[in-house]
Design a binder for this molecule. Structure first.
Ligand code: HEM
Length: 127
């Protein structure tokens, strides 16, 4: 299932696969469990809207990405390394290098701004 083109369908695959990894990750799972509980469907739909807005310019997503993350308690720098590693693994399995790099660049940019908010500096390195 590699080298998909970027469509709402392939973004849905990405989101489903990525959050299924997150849900079985011992570090990240508890953070999501606290906020989302078992109510994953609305979060997954929002994330499909988010990535479609960013990658396809569909403009469905309106949210408060920075504020919602700043409200999360107990986040450490290694949570970002783990999030990005799982995201990169999932993206690389689905898309060609050029498209994968585009997803990953966006994720790193947002991760950097969130890390500045949490810690005052960026611990993760760009791929
Ligand atoms: C330490 C890493 C991260 C953790 C633990 C985390 C956790 C979460 C959680 C728990 C929510 C749900 C918040 C809520 O509904 O109140 C959320 C929402 C979201 N996250 Fe993250 N996140 C991380 C990194 C990232 C990164 C790097 C991105 C960049 C793409 C991202 C994009 C989003 C978006 C777009 C939302 C939806 C915001 C909204 O509903 O307005 N997250 N995240």
């Amino acid at each position: 299932m590699s080298d998909q083109s970027i469509t709402r369908e392939s973004i849905t695959l990405l989101v489903d696969q990525f959050y299924s990894e997150v849900r079985s990750d011992p570090l990240l799972q508890p953070i999501f469990a606290k906020v989302i509980g078992d109510n994953w469907t609305p979060h997954l739909e929002r994330m499909v809207d988010f990535w479609s807005t960013v990658m396809l310019g569909t403009r469905e997503f309106q949210g408060n990405v920075y504020g919602k993350h700043m409200a999360l308690a107990g986040i450490e720098p290694e949570y970002f390394s783990r999030w990005l590693a799982l995201f990169e693994k999932t993206v690389d399995a689905l898309f060609d290098d050029r498209d994968a790099t585009e997803f990953i660049t966006v994720a790193h940019r947002i991760a950097a701004s969130l890390q500045i908010g949490f810690f005052g500096s960026v611990a993760t390195s760009q791929r």
